[in-house]
Each structure stands twice: as structure tokens, then as C-alpha cells.
Design a protein around this ligand. Sequence first.
Ligand code: SF4
Length: 368
Amino acid sequence: MAVLQELDALAPIREKVEAGERLDFEDGLTLMETDDLLALGELADLARRLRGGNDDVYFVQNINLYQTNVCRVKCKFCAFARTNKQEDAFTLTADEFVEDAVKQYEVSKFTEIHTVNGENPHVGLEYYVELIRKLKAALPDVHLKFYTASEIHHMSKLEDCTHEEVLSALKDAGLGSMPGGGAEIFADRVRRLVAPGKEPAEEWFDVHDKAHRLGITTQCTMLYGHVETYEERIDHMLRLREQQDKTGGFLSFIPLAFHPENTVFERRGFRFTTGADDLKVIAVARLVLDNIPHVKAYWIMMGLPMAQLALHFGANDVQGTVMREKIFQAAGATSGTEQKIEELVRFIREAGRTPVQRDSLYNELRRW
Ligand code: SF4
């Protein structure tokens, strides 16, 4: 009986998906509330295919490197940030960072460096510009995906200039694209609870808006599984969809499951998200975000087996080899910090999909 009711609830949404109609807030909520996970996954996969998707699953050969973990903000979900005085705080010089990156490149010919940092109050815009310039000179063929919107906003406050000016300076130095962090959950209520020191959602959107208009593509994210409601998740997705309608510069959406270890939430009894919730978020994102081409199952966050399942729930990207990830590891992720290409290829194939190595802008480099 319960299953029949679930099917009834999803039937009008299926009709909309099949007709190519856009889903609204209520549809999103219905999807979030369903317990019929398999029907949800099938619907998300159908939507992905109807919008032009095929069996290709993407990954990139990349490395995560960090300039500084010093941060003024103190988000309650963060286990990465340090104050300048803490023993394990670090702020690398441009030369130290470049030397390390070049050494790593000799070992593993990655095509992308992904870098996000704390909002360090002790260094200015020139610190970042110098690093990008030197890195681009040392590794001209490597794509630099650097700095969240929160970091860009922080730089603009420090320098008393606009987001556009910061982005232009970084782009001139060699910035390729931007990651999607800092979005958390856009609703004010949640932001006040989990990241009171962070910029309001409007600033996050303004940075991405300006980046897209300057020709810098970006990613977008949602950190879920803490204090947000289903309504706030759907509101978050709809705001992203609206921005994408305006500028079209989001390449992918990456749901990030909250990891409570080593954060104040761990002491308050918060637990890791469940696999069912992770799959649900992937599927609902694919259904609601009809204008963002790629949905990532980030294996560092959800583990390889669950990421494999997510490929049948609307995801078509597993991010990449991701050497040296530190942020989720600090918060208790147990999935490791690196995957070899052969292993990613194997697990994509065993999910019945076609592994495609891509560059940072989704150009195909190799397929298996
Ligand atoms: S999430 Fe980012 S901004 Fe917030 S405390 Fe951690 S490093 Fe700082």
C-alpha cells in the first residue's frame, strides 16, 4: 500500500520529466520526502538521459594542494582551519608551493590542481596573484582550479575592492576556473547556525555571477546532513538553478555530505549521513538542477562503493584521482586520499558505465 502511495506521489513528477517540464519547489520536496529510493534513482537516471546524457562517466587526474589553513572564520562544521598560533598552522610561500607542485607533477602528470584555503587575514591579494603567476609559469599545461567564492569575497574585503577586480587580477595571472565551496546551505537560518562568520549567500552568488561574466567557469556545492531541513535543501538548489539561468557558468554540482568528526557537532551527537540520504540528494539534484550539466558523486566524501551506486541515481562524474585531500580527512572521512586511474576505471566499468578521462572543462582526453 505504502509503495503504491509513493508511486502515486512520483507519477505527476515523472510526467513532467518525460515532457521536459521544469520541476518546482513542491516537486522537489516530494522527491526529498519519498522513501522509494529505487524509483527515485530510476527517475533521476531517466532525466539525465532525456537531457542528453549517455553512459559516459567522467573523472579528472588532479591533485588537491593547500596554501594556508589559517582562517579567521571558524565555521562550526570545519576541522581544517587553524589560527596562526596553532602548531600545525601553515602558510606556504609561492615558491614553497610551486616547488612542491612541480615535484608532485614529476611523479603523477595531473592535469588539474584544486586549491581551497582558509580565509587568512595575514596575507593580501598579491600573495594569491604571485602564487598563480609563478605556478602557471612552472606548469603551463596544468589547469588551476583555485579559490572558493568565500575566499574571493575575503580577498575583496581585505583589499577594499570589488569581486570583479579580484577575479580579473587572478584570471590575468593564470586562474583557470573555480571550485564551488563556501555555498554550505544558502538559507540565512542555517548559515547563522553553522557558519555565522561567513558571507551571506548573496555575496557567494555575486562572486560566481561575476566570474561567469568574466569567462571563468565554476562549480557549485551544497553541504548537507547537519541542521538544514528538506525545504532548505530545495531552496538551495533552486537558487543555484536561477543563477545558472542567468549566466550558465556552473559546470557541475557537487553535493557534500557533512562529516562531523573533530567538529563541535561531533560533541553534540551528530553522525555521518546515511547512504540512503546521500543517494537521495544526488538524485534530487539531478532532477531539480535541469540546467547544470554534470552531477558529481565525490568518492572522497561518500566512499567508492556508494559513488558507484550514485552513477545509477543521476551522477555522471566521480571527480578524480584527488591526491592529498585534507578537508574531509580532517573531519573523519575514511575513504583515503588518492585513487589510481586504473582503480577509477575499474569501478566505473563495473557500474556498467564508460570511463572517460576529462580535462577541467570537460573536454575528453581518453576513454576506455
Ligand atoms: S570552512 Fe573554510 S571558511 Fe569556514 S572555518 Fe573552515 S577554512 Fe575557514
